[in-house]
Design a protein around this ligand. Structure first.
Ligand SMILES: [Zn+2]
Length: 119
């Protein structure tokens, strides 16, 4: 029997960790709730040295990639929390079978059983 409240706690913990990490590379989108935008480097306060400007653009590109990855994971977590609320959590979206306990504990946001996992 899957312990949903335990998995929900895992999801909420990961969500708050992701929110902290997202705060480091981006900020909440003012237009769309739950969406995040990468923070642009503050080029005004940096030097006009082209090498340093290039460095900070490179750093920005790195944080965009991280931001996109964190946001994708955040969406998976939110979707799993929605499934818990809708009482359809822990069921494979491909075959409709109950997702293995071990799989949910490895990835509480999983929406498919082991046979149908995509990663
Ligand atoms: Zn399946």
């Amino acid at each position: 029997m899957t312990n949903i409240s335990e998995l929900k706690t895992m999801l909420l913990e990961e969500k708050s960790r992701l929110e902290k990490e997202l705060t480091g590379v981006g900020h909440k989108s003012p237009d769309l709730a739950g969406d995040w935008d990468p923070s642009a480097p503050d080029l005004n306060n940096t030097t006009t040295d082209p090498n340093e400007v290039a460095d900070s653009i490179e750093a920005f590109e790195g944080s965009v990639a991280i931001e996109v990855e964190l946001e994708a994971r955040m969406m998976e977590i939110d979707a799993a929390l929605v499934r818990i609320e809708a009482e359809v959590y822990g069921v494979c979206r491909i075959c409709g079978e109950v997702i293995e306990d071990a799989r949910l504990h490895a990835n509480p946001a999983a929406s498919t059983c082991i046979a149908h996992r995509e990663e």
